[in-house]
Design a protein around this ligand. Sequence first.
Ligand code: IMP
Length: 188
Amino acid sequence: MSYYLPETVDCNGDTFKVFITKEEIEARVSLLGKKLDKDFEGKRPIFIGILNGAFIFLADIMRSVSIPCEVDFMKLSSYGDEKVSSGQVTELKEIDAKVKGRHVVLVEDIVDTGLSMKYIVERMNSYDPASVSVVTLLHKKDATKHEVQIDYVGFEIPTKFVLGYGLDFAQEGRNLAQIYVLDSEQES
Ligand code: IMP
């Protein structure tokens, strides 16, 4: 399989540079998979991917665990086509799985202000699961204003706009196989 791995990429009028390489992502995902294997052994967890951004991370996380597990999806929108959060969470698709009494693992691409994750965890808890855990590939720790539970983090990153590996800018760039950052922001 060949991947889309340019050094720089132009997206909606902005230039982005490589920030986290494919190799770094692979190493981290495989480590997270090992931790999940250990922590959820015998628990048959349901991984719930938060669409759209988490679809690639979720696919890799699922293939990095070897315990019996299931998958489902929930779809939210909070960014619209901008580089800053709209401050509102809109639920576009509910989960289909019955999670009452089950171990739920929420899989998110990035936690920024924490608004979306706070909403999702509260929503999941309302279904009365046995447990709710959160895995995020990226965490903009300094930008997180809402109190959120995060159990597994791929990378802590600065408060900068990133793209690729499922993350978009106005719906573009999700097909990039690594993470990119706005060129003008990389050195700041
Ligand atoms: P929060 O609700 O502010 O934590 O934002 C979470 C959502 O905003 C993520 O699931 C992404 O869809 C989006 N988001 C946050 N930061 C970025 C970014 O740097 N690039 C692309 N999307 C982002």
